[in-house]
Design a protein around this ligand. Sequence first.
Ligand SMILES: O=c1ccn([C@H]2C[C@H](O)[C@@H](COP(=O)(O)OP(=O)(O)OP(=O)(O)O)O2)c(=O)[nH]1
Length: 203
Amino acid sequence: MSTNSPKKRPLEEINDDNSPKAKKQKTQNSAPVLYVQKLSEDAQTPTKGSKMAAGYDLFSAKEETVAAHGKALIKTDIAIQLPEGCYGRIGMLHKENPSFITQKKKKKLAPRSGLAWKNHIATGGGVIDGDYRGNVGVILFNHSDEPFKVAKGTRIAQLILEKYVHDSVVKVVDSLNESARGENGFGSTGTDSTITLHDKKRE
Ligand SMILES: O=c1ccn([C@H]2C[C@H](O)[C@@H](COP(=O)(O)OP(=O)(O)OP(=O)(O)O)O2)c(=O)[nH]1
């Protein structure tokens, strides 16, 4: 056998490169990373409810009560470093999400959906800057007549990683380019009153 002939890779190695396992590993290696620092023993790692879920569930680190028609800042006891070019947006758990389930009671309550929806709980604030390294807090508003108890370890909100333009500049101008929508807004595309508004304009 000639010593100059190019080295052939074993067949198994080639197959390995294309195997679903190898592909998954490659994807994982190049995936954007959300770094999470736990600030106390009560902190929980954000988790995705499903593979295609848009957001990571965030958990309350302490027991808190949100007063009726009141608000509270619920600490997660995690600090995060977002992937380059992203900010974090805190949003409400989807109403179909089995939310507000304490870890202990999970088995018992798992089929329940949308306590957030049923209990008139909404999130406020919600923008986590890329350079923020403090405790991620979730502002909860309670629009109901009853106090809302948040147990330790409760899923309270979701964190969505969103890409944004961070290097834009502001220019003040006398006019803007034309668009099909123009100044129409606030339900202009879907309510009867808007149709009247459009009709009036055409007259
Ligand atoms: O729901 C929220 C909103 C904000 N923050 C944190 C992350 C964010 O980067 C920082 C500052 O938030 P924001 O800029 O909205 O508040 P601000 O009142 O403008 O404060 P600052 O002057 O510190 O920017 O507070 C949270 O943990 N949860």
